[in-house]
Design a protein around this ligand. Sequence first.
Ligand code: CTP
Ligand SMILES: C[C@](O)(CO)[C@H](O)COP(=O)(O)O
Length: 386
Amino acid sequence: MIGGERVGAILAAGGSGQRAGVAKQWLVLGGETVLRRSARALAACELVDELVAVVPPGDEPRALADLAGLGKPVKAVAGGPARADSVRNGLAALPECALVLIHDAARPFATPALAREVAQAAAEAGAALAALAATDTVKRAGPGERRVAGTIDRREVWLAQTPQGFRADVLRRAFEAAGPDAALATDECALVERAGGEVRLVPGEPGNFKITSPADVERARARLEAPVAMGIGYDVHPFAPGRKLILGGVEFEGEGDGLLGHSDADICAHAIGDAILGAAGLGDLGRHFPDTDPRWKGVSSLLLLRHIAGLAAERGWRVGNCDVTLAARRPKVAPRADEMRARLAEALGVSPAQVNVKATTGEKLGFVGRAEGIAAHAVALLVRAV
Ligand SMILES: Nc1ccn([C@@H]2O[C@H](COP(=O)(O)OP(=O)(O)OP(=O)(O)O)[C@@H](O)[C@H]2O)c(=O)n1
Ligand SMILES: C[C@](O)(CO)[C@H](O)COP(=O)(O)O
């Protein structure tokens, strides 16, 4: 509310991300969608009373689920072919708001303070936008041309951002005045300018860039996501008669009983897999390969490991390195450690140099020392794939 007038925020998220090659609003960066992050900044502005997300037709339920828990009422409506169509639909969904803020879903770094300043300026002037004063020298050229046609006085140049704010009646009239030409406008303030209305400039934020190209996606990712992640894995299996003893994908024939388990009980692969899942924030082995699922019965754990590396890769991670310690009275692991490294590395799609395998006997203490079973401890470091 500003002076008793209700403030609504429109998240323009109806685009298809042609230039980025991906629907930017649905990209998950730093654990949340770009849409949610953008909406969160506006929801956190104390002046904003409600929000509407304008999304590609059919995505409305997804948007409502994604934007749950922002602490303000949220609606979702279908966008249109042009940005202006989307914004118009958003405006129609806020009939009780005397003031509206419009924000690109593709600008996930705006702050609540910027939204507040724009809303206050719009309440006073009728329309306002966040914008950056040009600091580079600005050249002019014909569209698509490489020949400079002149230099523009940069003191007159401001680079438009969002949020942009409006008295709702001012924006509605501007849309009416523009008619079908509204679709040509690349921002909403341009409509008010054309209609002769006042538009106030509010200093924008350098960090409030719009994700437009693939390079912008990487820039946003670098800002939101750690370049590395680490995880820990631990597993225990008892020995059982009649079982093969498989560790790190290598069969230890003639070394006594193997380990009991639903799959091949390769505890070494399991601990590494758990460490990778942990680093990628993907839970644990039991969640992905429950021992109630017949598909995993007797299966080679290297297959599970390959699948896990694939899951991590889907989330933009590659394995940097992993290290596993087996606590095992038997078998003697060291003579076959290199073989195990090679098999594990092959399953993970990395070089054997990135996998380390070692063992300790347990000094005759506890279940390991009594040779009742084996325990495995692993750590994994994941690195952002570029
Ligand atoms: N019909 C459209 C087109 C764009 N937008 C939104 O307007 C913002 C800025 O647009 P842009 O960066 O151009 O996004 P896209 O349209 O998705 O990208 P592109 O133009 O590369 O296809 C984005 O949050 C986008 O979702 C919208 O709501 N409705
Ligand atoms: C509204 C805007 O973000 C201000 O810079 C910009 O004009 C959107 O333009 P696009 O062509 O839709 O990316």
